[in-house]
Design a protein around this ligand. Structure first.
Ligand SMILES: [Ca+2]
Ligand SMILES: [Ca+2]
Length: 523
């Protein structure tokens, strides 16, 4: 409610003219009117509380005066007040007032809490002698000196009574065309389009200016969203209860940083346009008469996991709409599965196999965990021997939920091929780690203590360092393979392929962080 006037402030049993009335604080509204509406039994704030004798010089006959007092009482009864004491602005038109003259105009600006609001207007009105000419009330909102019509057809109580009480038509009339009002204060002006005094016997009360600005709401669906999927950001414009037309609202909203629109918006609003560009969504349109609500929807996606929020402060331009609350969407990374394996050695030969030795394994499990194994030594028939073997496979979850899989294998006292390959210790390590964005990076390395191949020391080998022992074998040191499209890595510290078909791996570590639903990597 922006403004309400019941014409009761300071009123009692003494009749006053409209122009002598002052409304309640804080506005202390005063009113003016065309002279034709302040004479000939027009413009009196009449009430049944007042004497039955017309005010001197009012131009009212005794019958006219009684009639306007009756209309004031009927208006009080209609509004749920006390009919005996209600006051209303009355006019019995004992002469022709002339068409299109101002019957009431506010003189004090009515402050508005904010500009760019939809305003409408309502009034209680009563009329008698409906067989004759009808009053035709045309209400305007005043924006400075500009009168903005709030109607498409004039209010005509005789033609559209809510009810008839003792021969008096009465009702509450709301303007059928709310105004998108740009000013910081507003006024009200009533023009009567009926120029005749034959009939045109009416009264009005409870002049109200109402804020009927639609509500803008924001929402995201669905909750939550997997990375790589889209969410829908929906702007809903909801009409106020009277469901009158609201034409010309608009808004511009910044998308949360990190969210991007994947398509232009769709809308079912009336006469609407909606678009997205450069991280903003802009829309303008209308609610048609009777339209409860409408939406502007845009699909969005996120560059990284997290919660994204839209609030009123993100709505940088808002015209003819109430501010929204906040809405959030959460984009989540899938829970990755741990796959980690290590062993000290594995021999594959045409007739016999050995190992994997001292294996540690976590196999595509969502549960973090640690597996360890040890062997005191191993003999590789016809090839050589190994000393103490230690292995470990480990899956951990960090404080922000990010996952890491590691594996390592350490083999001591390696002696192969009659001393062609010897080492005090060789170790393979593999790691796969998820970052806060859900991306997986991998790393592999070997640690070699005193490795000699065919008499030559091997120190800090590059990846896939290949050494040929003529007529015997090919040896790859620090052999690395990428797994699962980069989500995993396998490291063999030594990979020996004999010309006779024997295949031997010493110190193997392999890890992957796999997405649910994808195949578990196999070695
Ligand atoms: Ca009143
Ligand atoms: Ca009349």
């Amino acid at each position: 409610m922006v403004f309400a006037e019941g014409f009761e402030n300071g009123q009692g049993a003494t009749p006053v003219l409209l122009t002598d009335y002052t409304g309640a604080s804080p506005v202390e509204q005063t009113y003016s009117a065309d002279p034709a509406w302040l004479t000939a039994c027009n413009g009196w704030l009449a009430s049944p509380q007042q004497p039955g004798v017309p005010p001197p010089g009012s131009g009212c006959s005794a019958g006219n005066w009684q009639a306007v007092q009756t209309m004031a009482g009927v208006l009080g009864q209609w509004a749920g007040g006390d009919p005996a004491t209600n006051h209303a602005v009355t006019a019995y038109t004992a002469a022709n007032p002339g068409a299109g003259r101002v019957q009431l105009r506010t003189e004090q600006p009515i402050p508005l809490p904010a500009p760019d609001r939809f305003l409408t207007f309502s009034v209680d009105a009563a009329e008698q002698n409906c067989f004759a000419n009808h009053a035709l009330f045309e209400f305007y909102l005043l924006d400075g000196a500009t009168a903005v019509p709030t109607f498409t057809t004039p209010i005509e109580p005789c033609a559209n009574p809510a009810t008839v009480i003792d021969g008096t038509a009465v009702g509450t009339y709301t303007s059928d065309r709310p105004v998108l009002f740009g000013g910081s204060s507003v006024g009200v002006q009533l023009v009567n389009a009926q120029g005749s005094g034959v009939g045109n016997d009416a009264a009005f009360d409870n002049v109200r200016v109402l804020d009927v600005t639609p509500q803008l709401d924001v929402g995201y669906s669905p909750p939550p969203v997997q990375m790589g999927q889209t969410a829908t950001l929906t702007f809903t414009v909801t009409n106020t209860a009277e469901l009158a037309v609201k034409d010309g609202w608009s808004f511009t909203t910044n998308l949360p940083a990190g969210l991007t629109a994947t398509a232009q918006p769709t809308t079912d609003c009336t006469d609407a346009t909606a678009s997205t560009a450069a991280g903003t969504v802009t829309a303008t349109g209308a609610l048609a008469t009777g339209q409860v609500s409408c939406t502007v929807a845009v699909t969005v996606t996120a560059a990284r996991p997290g919660t994204y929020t839209t609030c009123a402060t993100d709505v940088t331009t808002r015209v003819g709409l109430n501010a929204p609350g906040c809405a959030s969407v959460r984009f989540i990374a899938p829970v990755l599965l741990f796959d980690a394996h290590a062993h000290g050695g594995q021999l594959t030969a045409p007739l016999v196999g050995v190992g994997p030795l001292a294996p540690s394994d976590l196999t595509c499990t969502p549960q973090p965990g640690l597996d360890q194994d040890q062997a005191l030594g191993a003999t590789l028939p016809g090839i050589g021997s190994l000393g103490v073997i230690d292995t470990e496979a480990h899956g951990t979850v960090g404080g922000d939920g990010q996952r890491t899989a590691t594996a390592w294998a350490r083999t001591a006292k390696v002696s192969l091929l009659g001393g062609l390959i010897t080492a005090d210790e060789i170790r393979a390590k593999a790691a796969a780690a998820e970052d806060l964005d859900g991306a997986v990076t991998t790393a592999g390395e070997v640690e070699l203590v005193n490795l000699r191949i065919n008499g030559t020391p091997v120190v800090n080998p590059a990846v896939d360092l290949t050494i040929t022992i003529p007529l015997v074998a090919t040896v790859v040191v620090n052999e690395q393979r990428t797994l699962a499209g980069g989500a995993g890595i396998a490291v063999n510290a030594l990979h020996v392929r004999l010309l006779n078909g024997v295949d031997l791996v010493i110190s193997h570590a392999r890890v992957t962080l796999t997405r649910p639903g994808t195949p578990c990597p196999i070695d």
